[in-house]
Design a protein around this ligand. Structure first.
Ligand code: C2E
Ligand code: CA
Ligand code: CA
Length: 650
């Protein structure tokens, strides 16, 4: 090697080894040799150094790798992940113990963990997606292989897993190996599924909630757009006296009632329809694929029928009813909100019209909503201008046909509409609170009238004036002081005043009502439960209320003699009242037949067109004028003694 090196150097220096060189050439040659040695030495040094470094580095890299591998294994273990390593060239897959544990695989030789064994376990709905994702990564189209899917556990149930993998490629970029982890995410998925479910379901009844309904309505509206023959309907269902159940029987009973109503509603609809709960006692039924309106109304009727059947809760038979507003999809409805709003309007109309019924939305209901506003404006003006009138309807003792008193009934003498009946404005007055000034006017005016009659006609001395008291009035904290003031001012004896409170009002806030009623009765004022039989109080609650009189609702009296159960109900109410020492007034007596029946079962009092319609104060004055002293029923004062009362309240 030295020889050839020398030869190369000599040649480069221009020395011809066949002829002796000149001194200069020789010197030049020696210098070159020297330089080459130095260069070679340097090269060797650098080479050696770099070799040393790379082995150091290699050592280090190896250490790092070992550490990170251990770290990875540890992390995988800590994270409870399974590991897999797949040699793509030899089709050989390694699975860690944890990997097999996740799927319940016992390495007993029965289930050889091959590629097929693995992929066959993946849920059929997700298998293709997993394979596609894997291939995309192996072909280099996506950087990481990562997928969440269900995979069959040996116990026959699917587990949710997260799979991650990273391919190792040869110098041509071909994937030769892929390794990664498998994580059991079943718990997380279940939690996610539950959250997703909860977000669109009501947790008491399990029904779809408002959000869910709105999404469904959106789809139905959309479908209507491209399929004009498709129709759907929305029923807005609101229970009529749910608050009463909650207040008297407690929230637990209220919840049970809602659940039983859910069952009833679900029993009425078809699988494609939707029953949703908006909240509180409001439900929505969406009827899909509506062919005609009869189909919808017959469902509404079936719902009303189902709700009428009693539900047994907390040892009670609870009767419920609902008001239903119906909307058919139309081109005017562009959003779910608009549909629900209109169904709500129709439902409200059903309530106003007497509850336990359905109303179909029509466009005039919008103007109805506007006219409610107009009505409120008119009502405020009516209060200012004193546009109200009072009518009086006699209440008669059925045994003697003597007059016991009058019920005062308000009318509104509207400047353009003429005489407006109370049902047309009292509900709105209650809603807006205008009933407070109206009610206190009624009380003052009717007490003054009765006091005037008594001053003028000795025969009127024992007549009672029955005044209707609304919920809002009963709730007023200063009700008692207002009444004291009115009695003072008009000089009417409290014994001649009777307050009529509807059953549902008494039940709605039973505890407070009982307190107020107690106070009224301590003053000598009589208290009557109005519209009895229509609320929830059912007979078993009656003893809790310190009441003088029950007024049997007109709807029962009306059906006397029809052969239904009305006569029996009336009979039962009268028996019970007499056991509790209460008087009974039958409302709406219109025929001699009804009267005879009522007399026959010892109903104390009656009121109705049979005797007289409500009459204005002039006609009432005429009636009183003609009365002889013995034609007036003599009341016997609040019948329940106070000490007895305290025992029965709780
Ligand atoms: P209500 O307290 O149940 O009054 C009895 C209603 O039945 C009255 O209707 C009366 O005219 C009617 N009526 C009486 N006898 C018969 C009959 O034989 N047949 C028929 N079909 N009806 C009969 P009105 O005067 O229209 O009053 C309706 C409701 O308005 C009252 O029902 C009461 O709830 C309310 N109301 C009337 N005046 C007042 C008031 O001053 N204050 C309050 N808060 N409500 C009132
Ligand atoms: Ca009444
Ligand atoms: Ca009544």
């Amino acid at each position: 090697m030295i020889h050839s090196l020398l030869n190369r150097l000599l040649k480069k220096s221009g020395i011809d080894i066949t002829t002796p060189p000149t001194v200069e050439k020789w010197q030049d040659f020696l210098q070159r040799v020297n330089r080459t040695y130095i260069e070679a030495d340097q090269e060797r040094y650098l080479l050696e150094r770099s070799l040393a470094i790379s082995s150091e580095e290699m050592q280090e890299t190896y250490e790092r790798l070992r550490k990170s591998e251990t770290r990875y294994a540890l992390a995988a273990k800590g994270a409870n992940d399974g590991l897999w390593d797949w040699d793509l060239v030899h089709e050989d897959i390694y699975y860690s113990q944890r990997w097999m544990d996740i799927l319940g695989i016992v390495p007993d030789g029965k289930c050889v963990p091959t590629r097929n064994c693995w992929f066959n376990l993946i849920h059929p709905e997700e298998r293709d997606a997993v394979v596609a994702e894997l291939e995309a990564h192996l072909e280099g189209r996506i950087e990481h292989f990562e997928n969440e899917h269900r995979i069959l556990h040996r116990d026959g149930e699917y587990r949710w897993v997260l799979i991650r993998g990273q391919a190792v490629r040869d110098e041509t970029g071909r994937a030769v190996r892929i390794a990664g982890s498998l994580t059991d995410i079943t718990k997380r998925k279940r939690a996610e599924e539950k959250l997703a479910y909860d977000a669109i379901h009501d947790n008491l009844t399990g029904l779809p909630n408002r959000k869910n309904l709105m999404l469904r309505l959106e789809r139905s509206i959309e479908r209507k757009r491209y399929q004009p023959n498709y129709n759907f309907a929305v029923l807005f269902i609101d229970l009529d006296r749910f608050k009463t159940v909650n207040d008297t029987l407690g929230h637990y009973a209220g919840d049970e009632l809602l659940q039983s109503i859910t069952e009833k509603l679900c029993g009425v609809v078809r699988p494609n329809d939707m029953v949703a709960r908006l909240g509180g006692d409001e439900f929505i039924v969406l009827i899909d694929n509506v062919k005609n309106i009869e189909q919808v109304t017959s469902i509404a009727e079936r719902i009303l029928g189902e709700l009428q059947k009693p539900v047994h809760i907390s040892g009670q038979d609870i009767y419920s009813s609902a008001s239903i507003g119906i909307v058919l999809n139309s081109t005017e409805h562009n959003t779910p909100d608009e549909i629900v709003r209109d169904a709500d309007l129709a439902m409200y109309r059903a309530k106003v019209k007497g509850k336990a019924r359905y109303e179909i939305f029509d466009i005039q209901m919008h103007s109805g909503a506007i006219s409610a506003l107009q009505l409120e404006i008119d009502l405020r003006r009516a209060i200012k201008n004193k546009e109200f009138l009072l009518y009086y309807q006699p209440i008669v003792a059925l045994g003697t046909e003597n007059i016991a008193g009058f019920e005062v009934l308000i009318r509104w003498n509207h400047p353009t509409r003429g005489v407006v009946p109370p049902n047309d404005f009292i509900p709105l007055a209650e809603e807006t609170g205008l009933i407070l000034p109206i009610g206190s006017w009624v009380m003052r005016e009717s007490c003054r009238q009765m006091s005037d009659w008594q001053k003028e006609y000795p025969s009127a001395e024992n007549l009672l004036i029955s005044i209707n008291l609304s919920a809002r009035q009963l709730e007023q904290p200063d009700l008692i002081s207002q009444i004291v003031e009115i009695l003072d001012e008009t000089g009417l004896s409290p014994r001649c005043m009777k307050l009529e409170i509807t059953e549902s009002v008494v039940m709605n806030n039973a505890e407070q009502s009982v307190k107020t009623i107690d106070e009224l009765r301590k003053m000598g004022i009589r208290v009557s439960i109005d519209d009895f039989g229509t609320g929830y109080s059912s007979l078993s609650y009656l003893h809790r209320f310190p009441i003088d009189t029950l007024k049997i609702d007109r709807s029962f009296v009306m059906r006397i003699g029809e052969g239904g159960e009305s006569s029996e109900i009336v009979q039962t109410i009268i028996n019970l009242a007499s056991n509790l020492g209460m008087e009974v007034v039958a409302e709406g007596v219109e025929t001699a037949e009804q009267l005879n029946f009522l007399r026959g079962i010892n109903c104390g009092f009656g009121q109705g067109y049979y005797y007289s319609r409500p009459i204005d104060h002039l006609s009432a004055t005429e009636m009183i004028e003609k009365l002889k002293k013995d034609e007036v029923h003599e009341p016997i004062g609040p019948v329940i003694e106070l000490n007895l009362l305290e025992k029965t309240v709780h």
